[in-house]
Design a protein around this ligand. Structure first.
Ligand code: GDP
Length: 444
């Protein structure tokens, strides 16, 4: 996961100061030395590190901390606030043009993830904001680029505007906007050409497109894995073209995090979204405060809740809760629950959003075996309706049949049935405790 080293180092440092009833200047100095090293090691821009340390130090040895009752915790609060500020403070929203369509130019170097991210962003606009985007293939130089976008469009059932590779990108962009107006698209995402390096031709072409279509946003797509290079690329594009925001891709890889922490401070332009994987739903709005919270091991419960809200059917969830309370859960319900959780994304990513999750030893190396879940699903699907509702009827010969039908083994079927039985028992116990507690006026 990204930021692992940085998170580890910062959290160790914070732990030392957390419980302190008195914080001296020497304590702060010592801590700042460690924070400085942690940031430099994470490949954060040198000037950014210096400014950050200066700000935090000033505040940490100031009145607000020294005079407080819990100075150790106050210092941590200062670090978190400044880290949030460094990444842009408030979440930066995507523009909405008062006169649709809103035009977004996607720019960036080859391989950064521009085409993929165009698809992801169109998907996110439709899914989360109910918009009707049009993708535009304006990279006429890379032979496969138009095809790639069209394939993504098909996969997403999202329209892609293309005039082939014999028409100039400026004309393609202009015609695309006319087309979008006629077809009532409210967002136009123009996938422009990339190069291996920044060159004048590329910049001229981008400037011409900008001039012709007057975009509401110019998003620079940069690869987080390239660290300081990503920051340099962002600076160049911003100086020469003027960007409105950055989309940082491949944050799911083991990047040290330097780009995420430096880009805003160096360019003055916010990170708007982050790419967290190759799949079309792996793009997330960037929340500086939540990211700071994740880095400092305070978890990101808000993002977790949002994911749940976006992917879990509320009515079904309520029904499940009722069944759990009455301990009348069937194997079908169990299956339903599994599929809802799976909709939320890879399980190990979810677990990492919990507060304190990165303190659990070995969790960072934990890969929850999604295959295992698929096996459980296969086993349950091989049962008859009656078996799912009354698992107690599943005798030895039924077990054999279920194993065969699901392509699993009998011991696996046994294990699942035993786990399910235990879960039900636990639910009963919990419900009894809750009832007793309520009678005594205890916990809810
Ligand atoms: P372009 O040349 O900038 O258009 O780059 P592409 O969209 O073709 O992406 C280059 C590679 O990066 C592809 O293999 C993508 O699947 C991959 N990629 C893009 N975004 C992400 C991301 O957020 N995470 C990961 N792991 N891979 C990504």
């Amino acid at each position: 996961m990204a930021f692992e080293g940085l998170a580890d180092r910062l959290q160790k440092t914070m732990q030392k100061i957390r419980g302190k009833g008195k914080v001296t200047e020497a304590d702060v100095k010592e801590m700042m030395r460690e924070v400085r090293l942690a940031l430099l090691y994470a490949d954060v821009n040198l000037k950014v590190v210096k400014d950050f340390i200066k700000k935090v130090s000033e505040r940490a040895i100031g009145q607000e901390v020294m005079k407080s009752l819990t100075p150790g915790q106050q210092v941590i609060k200062v670090v978190k606030e400044e880290l949030t500020e460094l990444m842009g403070g408030e979440q930066s929203k995507i523009a909405v043009s008062p006169k649709p369509p809103t035009v977004i130019m996607m720019v960036g170097l080859q391989g950064a993830g521009k085409t993929t991210t165009s698809g992801k962003l169109a998907n996110l606009l439709r899914k989360n904001y109910n918009r009707k985007p049009l993708l535009v293939a304006a990279d006429i130089y890379r032979p496969a680029a138009i095809n790639q976008l069209q394939t993504l469009g098909k996969q997403l059932t999202m329209p892609v505007f293309s005039l082939g590779d014999q028409v100039s990108p400026v004309e393609i962009a202009a015609k695309a906007i006319e087309h979008a107006k006629a077809e009532h698209h409210d967002y136009v995402l123009i996938d422009t050409a990339g190069r291996l390096h920044i060159d004048e031709n590329l910049m001229d072409e981008l400037k011409n497109i900008k001039e012709a279509v007057k975009p509401d946003e110019i998003f620079l797509v940069v690869d987080a894995m390239t660290g300081q290079d990503a920051v340099n690329v962002a600076t160049s594009f911003n100086d020469q073209l003027g960007i409105t925001g950055v989309i940082l891709t491949k944050l799911d890889g083991d990047t040290r995090g330097g780009a995420a922490l430096s880009i805003r401070a160096v360019t003055g332009k916010p990170i708007k979204f982050v790419g967290m994987g190759e799949k079309m739903d792996a793009l997330e709005p960037f929340h500086p405060e939540r990211m700071a919270s994740r880095i400092l091991g305070m978890g990101d419960v808000l993002s977790l809740i949002e994911k749940a809200q976006a992917n879990v059917d509320e009515e079904k969830a309520r029904e499940l809760e009722k069944k759990m309370r009455s301990a009348s859960l069937t194997l079908d319900d169990f299956l339903e629950q599994l599929s809802q959780v799976r909709n939320m994304g890879p399980l190990d990513d979810l677990i990492k959003m919990l507060p304190g999750a990165n303190k659990i030893k070995g969790l960072n190396n934990l890969k929850i075996d999604e295959k295992q879940i698929a096996h459980v699903e296969a086993i349950i699907r091989s049962m008859t309706k009656e078996e799912k509702e009354h698992p107690e009827i599943i005798n030895a010969s039924r077990r054999k049949r279920i194993a065969k039908g699901s392509g699993r083994t009998v011991p696996e079927v046994n294990r699942l049935l035993k786990q399910f039985e235990e879960m039900k028992k636990m639910m009963k116990q919990m419900n009894n405790m809750t009832k007793k507690g309520k009678k005594k006026g205890g916990f809810k």
